[in-house]
Design a protein around this ligand. Structure first.
Ligand SMILES: NC(=O)c1ccc[n+]([C@@H]2O[C@H](COP(=O)([O-])OP(=O)(O)OC[C@H]3O[C@@H](n4cnc5c(N)ncnc54)[C@H](O)[C@@H]3O)[C@@H](O)[C@H]2O)c1
Length: 320
């Protein structure tokens, strides 16, 4: 387990970054760099922790990123900061490209100036596999999608980030690793996400809206499983220079099935309504995580029913 180190987390106020910070903060010095477009830290119980330093900054600001990294001299960097979430991406495709490409270039440039660095972990996404991704392995080809379709700006910007990370590994021997999460959910999620929305509405017995016909298939990864994968990717020597698909290939379900599962598990009386969708969608997305299992000994442990119950408990405890 990582201890007595400084870990610099961009986007550390977000859902996954704050979850990871909570795992590391007792034994390490954590620096969060975030512009607080989203804020999961406020319900994390971490604010004010003696080992946590929060820097309010924009990842697009080259000078601010450089000075924050050089001041902190981190042992490890985790680059979570991004514009994520389909609604935000479709609303702001230029900001998506800017934050995810320029921001990633900024953090790698700053990392290059450090005398030593044990690991830099960068976030990509399963969206780089396009609309149909079944049992995708790390060697499956990326799919760029139609140019002009706002949704794909996210995948393209993340793909650029993957190249950035691996290019730094090859050219500068930087100890980079890339993770591609497949639909993460759980306590602390403040951004968009079908499952978090369904759970919040089911708790209130409000109508649950499904975009399209509900036949889209996803695999749902509970955030504790994700955090465990990140810790392995941050520590394991075999992870350097690698890309990993991370998800729960057992928690596979259609969106309609998901809405019904949430209603059943939470004993809700919510009704389901289908609404039109006006953007390109992902029809099928199921990971193959054999590489993470073989190299990192990672296996998702939390099944869907259990994850839904735990997440609902969190949302009941915060004002939603
Ligand atoms: N949650 C998922 O299912 C999922 C799936 C695939 C990939 N990812 C990737 O994982 C990472 C973390 O995702 P998350 O779910 O925690 O998202 P999130 O939106 O909760 O966290 C992202 C964080 O980045 C910050 N941020 C945004 N723009 C910024 C900027 N210009 N400067 C500084 N900070 C900025 C936000 O304030 C937020 O705290 C992201 O890179 C995302 O693309 C997440």
């Amino acid at each position: 387990m990582i201890s007595h180190e400084t870990v610099f987390i961009t986007g550390g106020a977000g859902f996954i970054g704050a979850t990871l910070a909570a795992r590391l903060v007792e034994d390490n010095n954590i620096i969060v760099f975030d512009n607080f477009a989203r804020n999961s830290l406020q319900t994390s119980g971490l604010m004010g922790h003696k080992n946590l330093t929060v820097i309010n900054g924009d990842i697009r600001d080259t000078a601010a990123v450089m000075s924050a990294v050089l001041d902190a001299k981190p042992d490890r960097i985790v680059h979570c900061a991004a514009i994520a979430g389909i609604d935000t991406v479709v609303r702001s495709p230029t900001a998506t490209l800017d934050v995810n490409i320029v921001g990633t270039a900024n953090i790698f440039q700053a990392a290059r100036k450090l005398g030593s660095l044990k690991r830099i972990l960068s976030f990509s996404t399963s969206e780089i596999f396009g609309s149909h991704a079944f049992q995708t392995t790390e060697l499956s080809s990326a799919v760029i999608g139609a140019v002009g379709e706002a949704r794909w700006t996210y995948a393209v910007s993340k793909l650029a980030g993957e190249h950035m990370a691996l290019a730094h590994f090859h050219e500068f021997k930087m100890p980079a690793v890339v993770v591609r999460p497949f639909n993460v959910y759980g306590p602390g999620q403040v951004g968009e996400g079908a499952l978090s929305t369904f759970i919040k509405r089911a708790i209130r017995n409000d109508e649950i809206q499904i975009h399209g016909d509900g036949s889209q298939i996803r695999a749902w990864c509970y955030v504790d499983d994700m955090a465990r994968a990140l810790l392995l990717a941050l520590e394991h020597p075999a992870a350097i220079g690698q890309t990993f698909n991370i998800g729960n290939a057992r928690a596979v379900i259609t969106i309609y099935g998901l809405a019904n599962t949430v209603i059943r598990v939470l004993g809700s009386t919510s009704k389901i309504r289908f609404v039109r969708k006006d953007y390109a969608d992902i029809e099928l997305r199921v990971p193959n995580i054999n590489k993470a299992r073989d190299l990192l000994d990672f296996e998702a442990r939390i099944d869907l029913d259990e994850g839904i119950l735990r997440t609902a408990e969190y949302y009941r405890g915060v004002a939603i």
